[in-house]
Structures are given as C-alpha cells and as structure tokens.
Ligand binder design. Structure first.
Ligand SMILES: C[S@@+](CC[C@H](N)C(=O)[O-])C[C@H]1O[C@@H](n2cnc3c(N)ncnc32)[C@H](O)[C@@H]1O
Length: 302
C-alpha cells in the first residue's frame, strides 16, 4: 500500500465539479471527493435542483516528487483552458497525508455522543463509558445511521423515553439502516427486536452491529417488506421519509400492540400536517412532537 499521499484542496464552481474532477484524475489523482457533505444524507439530491455556489474538492495523489506532480497538473489545466473557463477554479493548498488518513478521513466526523443513558460511539473510538452509561458501538459502513443525523437522534430520544416509561419488551424498527435504533432498544432492555430494511447491504451491516453489541440473540434483521412481518410490537419505529410513513400507515399501526408507541421520523417540519392527517384519526390522542433542525419526530401512543 502507498505510505503517503498528497492532498490538493480546490475551490470549484458547482457546475464544473465533474469536469475538474475528470482533469484531476487525468493528472494522476487516485480519488476526488466533494468536501463537507454530511455523513448521513436522508433526502437524495434532486437532479432538477443542482448544487450552486463554489464547492470544495479534495484530490488525492500517490506520493511522488511534488514538483513533478504540480507541473503535470499545470499542463493539464493549461490544455483544458481552451474549453473550460478556469478563472473560478482556485487551488487552495497541498498537504502530505498518511494512507490511513485518506481511507479513514470521514471517520473524524463521527464523534461519540450521549442520549439519556446511552453512550453512542464509533467502533474505532476508545472513549470508555461511565459506570452508569450503556455503551452502543456502531460501524455504519455504507448504511445510514451514525446517529449524527437529527432524524436518528430524535428517534433515539423517543426510544430512551419509551424505555424509561417501561414499555419496550418487543420492538420493530422499520428502515433499520445501521441497526442503531434497534440495538439501542435491545441494550435498553427489549427482549425481542426485529429490524427490517429494503436494502440488503443495510441488513448485513445491522446484523454485524447487533453482534458487535452482543444483542444478536435478541435481534432479527430481515429484508422482507413490512406486510410480511408477523406480530405486534410495544414500540414501532420508522425513520423513513414522510411519504413512506404515510404510504405504510395501515401496516405501521397494524403492527402496534395495545398500549404500544409508534415513533415516526424522517419528517420535514413542513410535512407534519400531511403525516398527522394520515395518522391522527387512528389514535385517541395527538402525537408528542420532537423537533431538531428542519426535522420532526412524532410519537403516537395507544
Ligand atoms: C434514514 S435511514 C434510517 C436508518 C436508521 N434507522 C436511523 O434512524 O438512523 C432509512 C432506512 O430505511 C430504509 N427504507 C426506506 N423505505 C423502507 C421501507 N418501506 N421498508 C423498509 N426499509 C425502508 C432505507 O433503505 C434506509 O436504510
């Protein structure tokens, strides 16, 4: 493996990101990333709403003589100048980094955090829990669910509240992703937890995380659709988009036990009304609403 790499940071107009990335690859970059993208992206980018404004790119070149690399890049950019306006492409700086830093760089954005008694920590972080804390270790891999996203945090708060109220013997986590919510429920005392996800990769990651947290014996992960999952549960969690929550309203409420709680997340605040229109009539009380950033999480109790 290459021991060291050069990282070049550039500022590039949004509409030139693809072309400049291509040029960087032509000049020898082994990888190019757009910096400062959030870890968990809930809403897929809308192709009709492209990014605007300057974007920060980072390009990674295998270690060699820096002067030769810079010369090569200058020539590539000079040749492109006849068809690509380069005046708004700014080279911000070079630095040398270790191979590990490049491959694992994103991990620095995933820091330990607490929700109630839970200490949620990436697998590679050594932070020890206090004696009264419950440690939840997570490696999200390619699945959504580091806990950094507001929708996950709001759900974690709802899980802690339900566990504190004493009502989570059985739990169904719809759209389990990394398994973070299902594992939290198991660590807080749930005896039977089912996580489901339509993405088989997420299911694999969730199983690995369940084993990592030693709750695999109480947690099942399936990639079958919700309607094929049997049983009713004390706590049903669904951190999926508002439209998906509404589409699954019958199934989500149908899986709820008497006196159970239904936690709906992934809801942009402007969509609260639409979700309440689909769910309020199924419950005798209005939902408890948690808000963070532009997101809302609704908890209904039977
Ligand atoms: C935003 S992530 C939530 C992950 C995790 N539960 C959390 O709170 O961080 C949503 C997940 O739901 C899955 N998903 C979307 N629609 C689904 C559906 N109808 N049934 C099951 N999973 C679904 C996606 O594949 C994705 O992994």
């Amino acid at each position: 493996m290459q021991d060291s790499w050069y990282e070049l940071t550039l500022e590039v107009p949004a509409e030139q990101v693809d072309l400049v990335s291509c040029l960087l690859t032509e000049a020898g970059a082994a990888g190019v990333i757009t910096a400062d993208r959030p870890l968990d992206t809930f809403v897929p980018p809308d192709p009709d709403q492209p990014e605007t404004g300057p974007q920060t790119l980072r390009a990674y070149f295998p270690g060699q003589a820096l002067s030769a690399l810079q010369h090569n890049l200058e020539q590539t950019f000079a040749q492109a100048a006849s068809w690509l306006p380069m005046e708004r492409v700014h080279l911000l700086g070079w630095r040398t980094i270790g191979a590990q830093d490049w491959a694992e760089g994103w991990k620095q954005h995933f820091q330990p955090f607490t929700v109630g008694p839970l200490l949620i920590r990436p697998t590679w972080d050594p932070t020890p829990p206090n004696p009264e804390q419950v440690l939840l270790r997570i490696d999200p891999g390619m699945a959504f669910g580091t806990g950094s996203h507001a929708t996950t945090r709001l759900c974690l708060e709802a899980v802690v509240a339900a566990a504190t109220a004493g009502g989570i013997r059985s739990v169904l986590d719809v759209g389990t992703g990394s398994g973070i919510l299902a594992i939290a429920a198991a660590l807080l005392g749930a005896e039977r937890v089912v996580g489901c996800d339509i993405d088989p990769d997420a299911c694999r990651v969730a199983v690995e995380n369940a084993e990592l947290n030693k709750v695999g014996a109480r947690m099942t992960v399936v990639d079958t659709p919700l309607e094929q999952i049997a049983g009713r549960f004390d706590l049903v969690l669904a951190n999926i988009l508002a439209e998906e929550n509404i589409r699954l309203a019958n199934e989500l409420t149908g899986h709820l036990a008497d006196h159970g709680s239904l936690v709906l997340s992934g809801i942009l605040q402007e969509r609260i009304g639409a979700v309440r229109e689909a769910f309020d009539r199924r419950f005798s009380r209005p939902p408890e609403i948690r808000l963070q950033d532009e997101w809302a999480c609704l908890t209904y109790r039977r």
